[in-house]
Design a protein around this ligand. Structure first.
Ligand SMILES: [Zn+2]
Length: 115
């Protein structure tokens, strides 16, 4: 999957320009008048867990996809300061369909994998 590097400020059309000299004139080939700006090229996070308040259902994005039908979300991270720390996360979610399917994503990293 390629990611656009530039976006037109006027018509929102996106382009992938690896060669910076093409962007030199900074006009949109689609609408002709729009100026091009760089799209933030920050890499997508592996996992985000958002919680609006203590009673809300967490929004979980894993590898760029929002997970729906969540049954449980677990996240535990320990520092390396005294002993080797680690990371464990586990998300259980259900797929909607003609019959129930439950998925569990679980990863244990570094020290947590030795427990
Ligand atoms: Zn444009």
């Amino acid at each position: 999957m390629t990611k656009p590097t530039h976006r037109c400020k006027k018509c929102n059309e996106t382009y992938e320009y690896r060669n910076a000299s093409i962007v030199f004139k900074k006009k949109c080939p689609h609408c002709i008048i729009g100026e091009l700006e760089k799209v933030d090229s920050k890499p997508e996070p592996l996992l985000t867990i958002e919680l609006d308040d203590e009673t809300s259902v967490p929004r979980v994005h894993y590898k760029g996809q929002e997970l729906t039908g969540k049954a449980s979300v677990f996240f535990d991270w320990d520092t390396d300061t005294d002993v080797m720390g680690g990371l464990t996360y586990a998300i259980e979610h259900y797929e909607s369909g003609s019959y129930p399917v439950s998925n569990r994503i679980e990863r244990r990293v570094k020290g947590h994998c030795l427990e």
